[in-house]
Design a protein around this ligand. Structure first.
Ligand code: DQA
Length: 152
């Protein structure tokens, strides 16, 4: 069975208690369960990983690149949190690893503060899902699955 990686960055471990007006009441555990359920419906394994550390996220992208190359992993759904707006290193990691990445945001970052309007990840990503709450993870998994189907 092929698989995909759901990668969450800084502060997403606080989902459920953190700014519920922006991010809703689901916890990270709930989100990961939703992703596994969506994967099951598409016959895809779902790995989930969260880190608050930029370098650890870079390592996870590199590993995803290796697993993509070997044919096991169709891609990554990546919510990089605030690193989206600051990290050239994550941009370079995605480019370097050559793994399909969908950039994901729970909130509509373009309707929020201007410092959230710029993303270093978008030019390296195959697409962006933003503003659909935690259901965006299921939408991104669907999109990744359809894209992998098209290219197989
Ligand atoms: C976020 C949006 C980012 O601007 C913010 O720093 C986050 C979460 C989202 O999911 O809406 O941590 O990526």
């Amino acid at each position: 069975m092929k698989s995909l990686l759901v990668l969450n960055g800084p502060n997403l471990n606080l989902l459920g208690q953190r700014e519920p007006e922006q991010y809703g009441s689901s916890t990270l555990n709930d989100v990961e369960a939703l992703c596994r359920q969506k994967g099951e419906s598409l016959n895809l394994g779902v790995e989930c990983f969260q880190s608050n550390h930029e370098g650890v996220l870079i390592d996870a992208i590199h590993e995803a690149g290796r697993n993509h190359k070997s044919g096991e992993l169709i891609g990554v759904v990546f919510n990089a949190g605030a690193y989206t707006h600051t990290s050239v290193a994550l941009h370079d990691a995605i480019k370097g690893a050559q793994v399909p990445v969908i950039e994901l945001h729970i909130s509509n970052v373009h309707a929020r503060e201007s410092f959230r309007h710029h993303s270093y990840l978008t030019p390296a990503a195959i697409g962006v899902v933003a503003g659909f709450g935690v259901n965006g993870y299921a939408l991104a998994i669907q999109a990744l699955a359809e894209r992998a189907e098209m290219s197989s």
